[in-house]
Design a protein around this ligand. Sequence first.
Ligand SMILES: Cc1cc2nc3c(=O)[nH]c(=O)nc-3n(C[C@H](O)[C@H](O)[C@H](O)COP(=O)(O)OP(=O)(O)OC[C@H]3O[C@@H](n4cnc5c(N)ncnc54)[C@H](O)[C@@H]3O)c2cc1C
Length: 493
Amino acid sequence: MSKTALIIGAGLGGLATALRLVSKGYKVTIIEKHHQAGGRLNQLKKDGFTFDVGPSFFSMSYEFKELFDYCKIANPLQFNALDPLYSVYFSYKKKPYLIHKNLEKLATEFVDEKDFVRKATAYLKAAKEVFDDTEYRVIKKNFDGKMDYLYQLTKVPLKHGPKLFRSMWSELERHFETEEVKIIFSLVAFFLGATPFDTPAVYSLLNYTELVHDGYWNVKGGMYTITEEIVKLLKNNGVEIIYNTEIKQFVQEGKTLKGFVDQHGKTWSADVFVSNADAAAFRGNILGRKKYTEAKLDKMDWTLSPFTIYLGVKGKLENIHHHNYFLGENFKDYADKIFKTGVSPNKPYYYVNVSSKSNPECAPEGCENIFILCPMPDLRYKKDWSDREALADTIIADLSQRIDFDLKENTVTRTIYDPIEWEKMFNLYKGSGLGLAHGMNQIGALRPSNKDEEYENLYYVGASTTPGTGLPIVVISSRLATERILEEHGGTI
Ligand SMILES: Cc1cc2nc3c(=O)[nH]c(=O)nc-3n(C[C@H](O)[C@H](O)[C@H](O)COP(=O)(O)OP(=O)(O)OC[C@H]3O[C@@H](n4cnc5c(N)ncnc54)[C@H](O)[C@@H]3O)c2cc1C
């Protein structure tokens, strides 16, 4: 008879694990607190507009292909390569920088950086070495405890050691002179939900993944197609997803977990359990673990919170690309101060994505859908969001001026999610957008493990367990969790 698995959470981590387990003969049920699947990879439909709620592009597209190959299913997703990768607008420059993968072409954007191609080639070569030396030894690996992790680290060449101790910003200062090159190359730190000043230089490997390795991609039909297609495959394979149901408690017998109890008091039993909820907060809030009390969780390093605006407007925006960053003139000062205060910035830095530019079906004829993401301090630092409308007005006015289009006048629909809503929607700890941060003290075996410390049949998948955050990394997480489950509980195929 098939073994049964209960997955808590229908985020990408939960969905991908479900697909893998089903392909190995498990009978899977998913419990999800939200009204639809996807977690942060979600969708908002309003007034004729369709918005991707969170992610708008990804690197390492081959991890999705690996998922479908693993399950022996044809890849249902059609990926589009981003070219240019993105554009960056500085408040003090008229023209945006277009970021191309081709270094010769990129050099024409950075005319003030002498000898750019040679410098960038050297920088990216070193970044590639970090990627190649850690991909299989650290990133795509399950560890049997801290000793095993330390042993694996001894296999990483010592020459990368200094990059553990200096910041990504100082690494860039060693290679480049102009502020704009340093700032633009350092934006990848924000994909880890941190600033380049508190991100270790080893993450320069992300510059290698964006500029050389696989670039950036999105999906035909919008990012939510990823969720929809996986959900379709799961349904075809008999997986039931139960929505509007939140796990609150657990039932155990010795070292075995017997079930999880939802908000209505119903107990959900299975042979194996996988939590796709935040791996640290779940251990504290649901399992009541002493190592993860609120006081201890608060002392951990968390990624920045999202403040997001979904704007549907009449008219076509000519002066903006699909993916865009809007930055000011005080990058270091902004990054140093703003993320640890309770005060909203009056000149915010933000990211804008206009997905109707490549997916016209996401907006009515003659309109565009605009997604704005402004990284903010989490709820430990800024609890009061009564200024949310004012902050949104400030961002929209700034953007209108910079792209020379009156967004306020042409708004058809406007929705805002502040960190309180992000926390409530998906149980994101204190509204942290990407989960636990990725400092050296919170990665590998030092991150909450994907195998529970007490119960032999409880596992974790997703952004706050190993290896970490971001869509392809969460897909890797689903493979690591599945490997553990199959090793310890077997599969029928
Ligand atoms: C605004 C934003 C923009 C982003 N942009 C990008 C991007 O461009 N590219 C990229 O690669 N990554 C991006 N990310 C990161 C990416 O979205 C995440 O790393 C990834 O989606 C996390 O997936 P997950 O499965 O770990 O968690 P989640 O998506 O959070 O899924 C967990 C699920 O568990 C459910 N749940 C939690 N607790 C319970 C409970 N007790 N009972 C029942 N259900 C529960 C939640 O409701 C949720 O559906 C972005 C994130 C945000 C917030």
